[in-house]
Every structure is written in C-alpha cells, then in structure tokens.
Write a protein that binds this ligand. Structure first.
Ligand code: OAD
Length: 246
C-alpha cells in the first residue's frame, strides 16, 4: 500500500494525536462487528431485545446470557497487530489519546494506557439498582449474579441504548478531539453518536483526519486521507514506514 508522504511526515512530527476506534479493529481478533450485513451482531440480534434497560428488566437472564456468550468470545480473543501498533504509538507521541467504542478490553490488554473506553467494558459488572461497580457477584443459582450489598441483579458495565455516556469520558474525548493535530479514525462505521461526532470536531478544529477502514463510511469523503484495508495490516504498515527498523 502506497502511503502519502505528507501523512508520514505529519505522523512523525505530531505532538498531539487522537485516535477513535470501533469494532473493525477487533474484527481481526475474531470479535464480530455490529453492522456487517452477514456476521454483524445487529444483523443477527435486535438491540431492543438485548442492549437496553427495558430488555434487562423484562428478561434479565436472557440479556445476561447474551453478554456471557459475548464474553466467551472476548476471553478467547487476543489483541491483534493493530491494537499493538496503537500501544506502540502511544509511546511515540507526547499528547496521545485513544478513544474506543469497543467494550472488549483488547486495547488495554495490548498495553494502551491513555485510553477512554467510551462505551464501558464487557468484563466489568455493575449493580443494576445502585450503578456501582461490583468485583464479585453472589451466585444464587439463577442468573444474573446478585449485588453483595443490595441483592439487586448485576449487569455488564457497558452503555446501553438510551443511556448517557460517562461525563468525564466525554470531556476527555472532546478535549482530545479539539486539541489534536492528527485524528485517526479506525474501524468504525461512524453511525453512532456521540462517538461519531469526535472526528468532525477534530476536523473543525483544524486537525488532519485520516480514516483506516476496510469499507467506505460517511467520514471517507471528508477525510484528508483514507487508508483502505484491514486495520491489522494497515496500522503496522503505517508505523513501520514512519519509523523503519523499529
Ligand atoms: P460497526 O459494526 O458499526 O462498524 C464496523 C466498521 O469496521 C465498519 O465500517 C466496517 O467496514 C469496518 N471493518 C470491519 N472489519 C474491519 C477490519 N478488519 N479493519 C478495518 N475496518 C474494518 O461498529 P462500530 O462503528 O464500532 O455501541 O459501532 C459503534 C457502536 O454501535 C458500538 O460501540 C455499539 C454499536 O451499537 C454500543 O453497544 C453502545
């Protein structure tokens, strides 16, 4: 793949880089995306049956079981070269922020630390009644496990449809989008707000926007450069070309 020389130059010199990732970056680790017409989660399941508070109230065991199934896939998965490349990039750029919509925790497992998990983390649970994170639930034989404090059912600590995002996470992501020189948007269909807004915020603030995606998205037309292909190939190639021999 030919990389624009200007992009390599900007990447090498940038002191503030912000990255937004979506399900596409974990696709090469075997985790299904949401909107792929054949294998995407939302082509096989209805979000309104599984990913909102009403669905959980209606049938907590069903929703819990679905998340347990997704957790199995996450446990079996390993970070891929794209996750690892971003963990490396964090050390090369003084002002680096990685915003992810993914709940799989693979960025943290790859070593990323300047990380905002905008939609939560599927491996963490919280009490449905109190909203507090619970390390160890009580198993009474009937899923889901219960909160050791109040006895309420536990739910995964992820953002469901209709729920607000964490304010601190939003503020950090917004600041990083406003202040960066280079914004990389990777493996997201840019269909879900407010995450999809951040690349446009960066653009409006004067950043160079680069998309890395297998397919076209609404951001392709407004990006300064588009690198088409699987993130697990494109990102390591980008880093190896920018800093050969490292
Ligand atoms: P989507 O499934 O909507 O989009 C995945 C994107 O990744 C698409 O643009 C694909 O073309 C692209 N893609 C697939 N494989 C790729 C690969 N190997 N390399 C690069 N790109 C690839 O997933 P998201 O945009 O992450 O929210 O979805 C956003 C949110 O919608 C999710 O966080 C989730 C969902 O509803 C919540 O659950 C709150």
């Amino acid at each position: 793949m030919q990389l624009p020389p200007q992009l390599l130059d900007i990447l090498r010199k940038a002191s503030r880089v912000t990255v937004l990732t979506g399900a596409g970056i974990s696709a090469d680790s075997g985790i299904p995306t949401f909107r792929d017409p054949q294998h995407g989660l939302w082509s096989r399941f209805r979000p309104e049956d599984l990913a909102n508070a009403e669905a959980f109230k209606r049938d907590p065991a069903l929703v819990w079981g679905w998340y347990e199934w997704r957790r199995e896939a996450v446990r079996a998965a390993e970070p891929n070269p794209a996750h690892l490349a971003l963990a490396t990039l964090e050390h090369r750029v003084p002002g680096f922020t990685l915003i992810t919509q993914n709940v799989d925790g693979l960025h943290a497992r790859a070593g990323s630390r300047k990380l905002v998990e905008l939609h939560g983390n599927i491996m963490r649970n919280k009490c449905f009644a109190e909203g507090t994170v619970v390390e160890q639930g009580v198993d009474d034989g009937e899923p889901p496990p219960k909160c050791p404090r109040c006895g309420g059912p536990l739910r995964p600590d992820v953002v469901w449809f209709g729920e607000a995002l964490d304010e601190q996470h939003m503020a950090t992501a917004d600041k990083a989008a406003r202040e960066c020189e280079l914004f990389l948007v990777i493996g997201t269909s840019a269909a879900v707000m407010p995450a999809a807004h951040f690349p446009r915020v960066a653009l409006q603030s004067g950043a160079v926007l680069v998309e890395i995606n297998r397919d076209e998205t609404p951001l392709s037309a407004v990006s300064h450069a588009v690198l088409r292909g699987p993130a697990a190939l494109v990102l390591p190639h980008l880093l190896n070309t920018a800093w050969p021999g490292n």
